[in-house]
Design a protein around this ligand. Structure first.
Ligand code: APR
Length: 246
């Protein structure tokens, strides 16, 4: 039966060769609502529309209206919380080798994590769907103030975010790199993910099958709890700093 014995988990982290795997729960204490929670602007916009490539190609202005409405809280106001900072410190101390994240908010990098694999892309980068010219966040915000959907200054094509919409493949090589990291680590540390979206959710199983120990820090149960040596049903921002102290 998995334990919530933090001292055993601290020892495992102290040994190093840890790979962290995060989801929306690690950014919840930064004020970013999770996808499957009951609060926040996700209830105002239909995820089947703003998060789907099929709908984006039909009506890109729906996503861009969602972007204009949420970019403030999501991309400007949200700051890394103590969970992001703890993971960056563990990398600094050479305990964590990498952070595999499903999040698109870029907060791990802002907190100082260097080796971050963004499985679902980033909402801080954009490109033209026609000529693929790249745009950063300020450029995209300027373009969407002028027109919705925003238009490429070079070719007149429509801009899109560098995120993985539902219905799209993950960035080339991202999941393979994540699975390689999972196979090589001694401890696979899941933080704040419901582990229901594949192929990302396969990563903890790949790690355990390769001999790693699994720890899950998540407020709710997940479908792979039975594989975990440690399960901590508490807020990541409260637990991770304790793991560092010990
Ligand atoms: N600390 C720890 N866990 C938390 C916290 C917290 N402060 N707040 C919420 N959680 C947990 C919830 O219990 C939930 O199980 O975080 C999990 C978040 O789950 P989801 O909202 O499903 O987010 P995630 O697992 O990242 O979703 C995966 O689904 O919508 C797609 O592409 C999107 O990347 C996303 C993917």
């Amino acid at each position: 039966m998995p334990s919530d014995d933090l001292s055993g988990l601290c020892e495992a982290i102290a040994k190093g060769n840890v790979v962290a795997f995060t989801g929306a729960g690690v950014s919840e204490e930064s004020g970013i609502p999770t996808y499957r929670g009951t609060d926040g602007f996700w209830t105002k916009y239909d995820p089947d529309k703003y998060a789907s490539i099929a709908y984006f190609e039909k009506d890109p202005s729906y996503y861009w209206s969602f972007f204009k409405d949420t970019r403030g809280p999501l991309l400007h106001d949200a700051k890394p919380n103590s969970a992001h900072i703890a993971l960056a410190e563990l990398e600094e101390k050479s305990k964590v080798n990498a952070v595999i994240t499903q999040n698109i908010d870029g907060l791990h990098q802002v907190a100082g994590s260097q080796n971050v694999i963004e499985l679902h892309g980033s909402s801080r980068a954009f490109h033209c769907m026609k000529c693929r010219k790249g745009y950063n966040l300020p450029e995209a915000e300027e373009a969407v103030e002028k027109a919705n959907p925003p238009i490429c200054t070079d070719c007149g094509g429509i801009l899109r975010p560098d995120i993985v919409f539902f219905g799209e493949m993950l960035p080339p090589g991202a999941i393979e790199k994540a699975f390689d990291l999972a196979r090589q680590c001694s401890l696979f540390l899941v933080v704040g993910s419901s582990l229901v979206v594949y192929p990302a959710a396969q990563a903890p199983v790949v790690a355990v099958e390769a001999g790693a120990e699994l720890a899950i820090i998540n407020v709710d149960p997940t479908p792979v709890d039975h594989l975990a040596k440690w399960i901590v049903h508490e807020k990541a921002g409260e637990v991770l700093p304790k793991l560092i102290e010990e």
